[in-house]
Design a protein around this ligand. Structure first.
Ligand code: PLP
Length: 351
């Protein structure tokens, strides 16, 4: 072994859901939105002159930041933008979790959290969710170096009521509390109204799910201007130009069409409830979902087997070979047609 190999940072990276190259598949494995972004995004896209790519983008992404502040009724300096919420969350870990005490997050949650904690050498502990996948907030009433909760949680799809989050904040006023609201547009109650009362609260959102723009890579955080400024300083110590000219422009355009946005969300929620019923009729237990996916377990057939059988039939869902959730499938909500094919296919596999 060469001596320099000792000095290589050793990490176990996050494994994202597959992005298969084949075209004729039904892709229900990474919680993308099955509908296109708003026509306001298409219009803006067709107006952008290629020549604008010569120049660096605005390092502050002011147009997007200001539009988001206005959209959410916030003051100047309350929004931080990044390359998807993964980038925003990674910057938040780097900025806020610098204590010797462990940060806390549930044992069943977004599997990127332990990856960042390990990468940045942040100690962490993971209180257990209960058998119904509920987070027990009193587990977080203890000394820690910070807290991060996904609400609704992934991959369980369960929402934590706002009074529970409020309780979490009351008991954690000396550390930063991050609420990752990647799925909040599909259900649950946002913690956003609490940012005025709790200067230590950071709320993180993404364009990847509800705004149909996963390919554009836009995420953002909202909080007290002091927190946002701290994140901006860290970001500017890593990379000045995180937001491309396209993401600034198209991200802003997406906010201009609230009607389209709400219409698609309603459509996805309706498809979700229909899918939940049909899965239950096929013998699945389905967790109450507040997201654009369902988390389901069949009463007799192992999830891993269903995952492979669906895959052979070109339907991709997500399976985590992990303790406590190894009998569940995470199924993104696609179009009505896609879900109909999923149900028909499952029917054939099961019966
Ligand atoms: C999808 C997801 C993200 C990251 O999304 P980006 O595409 O990076 O914005 C973050 N947190 C949770 C819980 C997610 O499911």
């Amino acid at each position: 072994m060469k001596q320099w190999e000792d000095n290589i940072r050793k990490v176990t990276p996050y494994v994202a859901g597959e992005q298969p190259k084949e075209k004729d598949i039904i892709k229900l494995n990474t919680n993308e939105n099955p509908y296109p972004p708003s026509p306001s995004v298409q219009k803006k896209y067709s107006e952008i002159a290629l020549d604008r790519l010569r120049m660096y983008p605005d390092p502050e992404a002011s147009e997007l930041v200001t539009s988001l502040e206005r959209y959410h009724g916030l003051d100047k300096g309350q929004v931080f933008v990044g390359v998807g919420s993964d980038d925003v969350l990674s910057m938040a870990f780097l900025t806020f979790f610098n204590s010797d005490k462990p940060i806390l997050f549930p044992d069943v949650t977004y599997s990127f959290y332990p990856v960042w904690a390990n990468m940045y050498r942040i100690p962490f502990e993971t209180p257990f969710v209960d058998d119904q996948f509920e987070i027990t907030v009193s587990d977080y009433h203890r000394e820690n170096g910070g807290v991060i909760i996904a609400n609704p949680n992934a991959p369980t799809s369960l929402a934590l009521p706002l009074d529970r989050i409020h309780d979490l904040l009351r008991h954690n006023q000396d550390v930063i509390v991050i609420i990752d609201e990647a799925y909040i547009d599909f259900g649950g109650e946002s913690a956003l109204p609490l940012i005025d009362r709790y200067e230590n609260l950071l709320v993180v959102r993404t364009y990847s799910k509800s705004r149909s723009m996963a390919g554009m890579r836009i995420g953002y955080a909202m909080g007290h201007p002091g927190l946002i400024q701290a994140m901006v300083s860290v970001k500017e110590s890593v990379n000045s130009y995180t937001m491309s000219m396209l993401s600034i422009s198209l991200g802003t355009a997406s906010l201009a069409d609230e009607e389209y946005f709400q219409k698609r969300i309603i459509q996805i929620k309706e498809t979700r409830e229909k899918t939940k019923n049909e899965l239950e009729n096929l013998g699945f237990f389905v967790v109450e979902s507040s997201a654009n996916f369902v988390f389901a377990k069949h009463k007799t057939i192992p999830a891993e087997q269903l995952f492979h059988e669906l895959r052979e039939r070109k339907i991709y869902v997500r399976y985590f070979k992990k303790q406590r959730i190894e009998n569940f499938l995470r199924i993104s909500i696609g179009t009505g047609d896609e879900m109909k094919k999923l149900i028909e296919t499952l029917e054939r596999i099961i019966t």
